[in-house]
Design a protein around this ligand. Structure first.
Ligand code: NAD
Length: 388
């Protein structure tokens, strides 16, 4: 069975879906790997390294798509790429199917079996395949570096002949995977860090990284869903939260916001009024920008100034660290492919929740119930307990 990787065509995309190390691993499980020439170049992986790992090099994307039984991509395929996929091709990529309905429809009518890696269930067994965690780890780290270079101050405390330099104060909003990585990175640079999250369960993790946990003094609400994700909070809670964040942001040099609620727009945590209370020279990095932003003023993909405050709304930050982002992506997808490979063939085991959780289109049908719901389609399966 041939697994193909093509050069990413999306604007500013520098990552590659498989790195040579993973190609060698897949080869061992009996798969053939075909790489479009130059696909890894922007991430720092040359054709020669792929060849040494046992992969073949295709002269262009059309040749790779033409031979492929399975295709692995970092982002979702463009309409021009979907046309080149053969019916029955297995596609592994980050589709964002809950919002990219046109792509889902096109893949389905093309007869592609599309696995959306961003839907991988967050269960212990799937941790090694969790692309979302890998990419947000990279973005949490890089956000701190962006903030540090945009700030008019240094991060660490310094005792110098010119006197003492006080450390920068960093506030992290949302202490999930990205937020915890941002805390660790800001601490390593010597900043004084505090973090806020609606889920009290993260308090210990925040403290173990050397940051202070900021808490809203409110009646304890059930902030987590069954999957460990945040739920939307009550109006009363939101009011208290807004006042607390406004106070803490006013004391901070840097705010890094990462708060997201699955399936909903990102919560607004930094209003225009709050930004107005921040010190001139301070910096906001809004990692929720692609989900609508945690700051009212964020513009996706741009850096703007409001008063003296710099507001950065990064787009695809993982692609600015392409070597390690590709390495992590590749290892995650490689683990998934290896699990599915039996005697040199990738098989979709419909008993495996990693397959059923990610498989969006199959045999000309959109089969993922959450995606169907988001697209306004009737459920395929009869609801449980309904009369036969
Ligand atoms: P996420 O990207 O959905 O959200 C980021 C953070 O923002 C979360 O911590 C969330 O609680 C927080 N948030 C939401 N609304 C907020 C608000 N109004 N104010 C402040 N903070 C707010 O989350 P994530 O980083 O993907 O992780 C969410 C959960 O999933 C965590 O419990 C994590 O441990 C868990 N997880 C499990 C696995 C696994 O078992 N395989 C893998 C990754 C993450």
């Amino acid at each position: 069975m041939i697994v193909a990787v093509v050069k990413a065509t999306a604007e500013n995309e520098t990552r590659v879906a498989l790195i040579p190390e993973t190609c060698a691993r897949l080869k061992k499980s009996g798969l053939d790997v075909l790489i479009e020439t130059g696909a890894g170049a922007a991430a720092g992986f040359a054709d020669g390294e792929y060849e040494s790992a046992g992969a073949r090099i295709a002269p262009n994307a059309a040749a790779a798509f033409g031979e492929a039984d399975a295709v692995v991509m970092v982002g979702s395929p463009s309409p021009e790429e979907i046309i080149q996929l053969k019916s029955g091709t297995l596609l592994f990529c980050v589709l964002n199917p809950l919002s990219q309905h046109d792509v889902v429809r096109q893949l389905s009518s093309r007869g592609v079996a599309a696995m959306s890696l961003d839907l991988m269930p967050r269960i212990t067994r799937a941790q090694k395949m969790d692309i979302l965690s890998s990419m947000t780890t990279v973005t949490g780290y890089k956000a701190v570096l962006l903030a540090a270079s945009a700030l008019n101050k240094m991060f660490p405390m310094m005792m110098t002949a010119a006197g003492t330099i006080t450390p920068a104060r960093v506030l992290i909003l949302g202490a999930g995977v990205a937020g915890l990585q941002a805390i660790a990175t800001a601490r390593r640079l010597g900043a004084v860090v505090e973090a806020f999250d609606v889920r009290p369960a993260v308090k210990e993790q925040v403290q173990s990284l050397g940051a202070k946990f900021v808490e809203v003094a409110a009646e304890q609400e059930d902030a987590e869903d069954a999957g460990g994700y945040a739920k939307e909070m009550s109006e009363e809670y939101k009011k208290k939260q807004a006042a607390l964040i406004a106070e803490r942001a006013g004391e901070s040099d840097v705010v890094i916001s990462t708060a997201l609620i699955p399936g909903r727009p990102a919560p607004i945590l930094l209003t225009t009024e709050t930004v107005g209370k921040m010190r001139p020279g301070s910096v906001i990095v809004d990692l929720a920008a692609e989900g609508g932003g945690n700051c009212e003023l964020t513009t996706l993909g741009e850096t703007i100034r409001h008063g003296g405050v710099t507001i950065i709304g990064p787009k695809n930050l993982a692609a600015t660290v392409p070597y390690h982002a590709s390495q992590m992506f590749s290892r995650n997808v490689g683990a998934f492919l290896s699990d599915l490979t039996k005697e040199g063939r990738v098989e979709l085991n419909m008993e495996d929740e990693c397959v059923t959780g990610t498989l969006v289109t199959h045999e000309g049908e959109i089969i993922h119930e959450r995606v169907r719901k988001a697209m306004g389609l009737e459920p395929l399966a009869a609801p449980q307990g309904s009369p036969a």
